[in-house]
Ligand binder design. Structure first.
Ligand code: GRF
Length: 206
């Protein structure tokens, strides 16, 4: 059994997609154990607790940074069984950069979803960056978190066409639909032990 911790800062629609897949029995041998937010007003918190009955915890960022802050998250995760040995942490719109200490502690056990085809358009506003650059195809990426920003080994990606009439909003919403499929699929592969990482490369067993 893999204990799952999800870190959010906002609406939590990717969190909801993962929790729905678990609830529907599409991902077995995983226990959603805790949802943590740095933002007390994150709408996703209510969804986790009321709709899915998952324990939630707010760890306000205030002025704490780096490992000082992350240690507090690690305590909450560990208390709920999301350990470096057997846990999985999904960043789902968590608007903080994870410290190297946190990454090293949970090596290859922290994933993130990014609304772009990495390594293109890393960082914030990936959809806007794609429109402004004029690409015809963008998409979304689920990757392991390493010590850089959006730079860890890529697990799965899905391409999404960019149309001439797209605004940041229309493109974001088409990408988001794909995110909601891609993230649960990736969690399922992880829980089933089908993901192997060699250096930067991720191999998926079929
Ligand atoms: C998503 O677009 C995700 O790719 C990015 O932040 C957004 C979070 O949305 N990392 P939500 O909170 O999951 O709805």
């Amino acid at each position: 059994m893999v204990n799952l911790g999800i870190l959010i800062s906002g609406r939590g629609s990717n969190m909801k997609a993962i929790l729905s897949a678990v609830k529907a029995g599409k991902i077995k041998n995983v226990k959603p154990s805790i949802v943590v937010s740095n933002n007390p007003n994150a709408p996703g918190l209510r969804v986790a607790s009321e709709r899915f009955k998952i324990p939630i915890k707010v760890v306000p960022s205030n002025a704490t940074k780096g490992w000082d802050y992350d240690q507090r998250i690690v305590s909450v995760l560990s208390e709920h069984g999301v350990t470096p040995e057997s846990g999985l942490i999904c960043l789902a719109g968590f608007m903080r950069i994870i410290s190297p200490e946190f990454v090293r502690l949970y090596k290859r056990r922290i994933m993130n979803i990014h609304p772009g085809l990495l390594p293109s358009f890393a960082g914030l506003h990936a959809q806007k960056q794609a429109i402004e650059y004029g690409v015809k195809v963008t998409g979304c990426t689920v990757h392991f978190v390493d010590e850089g920003v959006d730079s860890g080994p890529i697990i799965l990606q899905k391409a999404v066409d960019v149309f001439d009439w797209d605004s940041e909003e229309t493109l974001s919403s088409r990408i988001l639909k794909q995110e909601h499929k891609l993230y649960p699929r990736t969690v399922k592969l992880f829980v089933e032990g089908k993901i192997e990482v060699k250096g930067r490369k991720v191999f998926i067993q079929n």
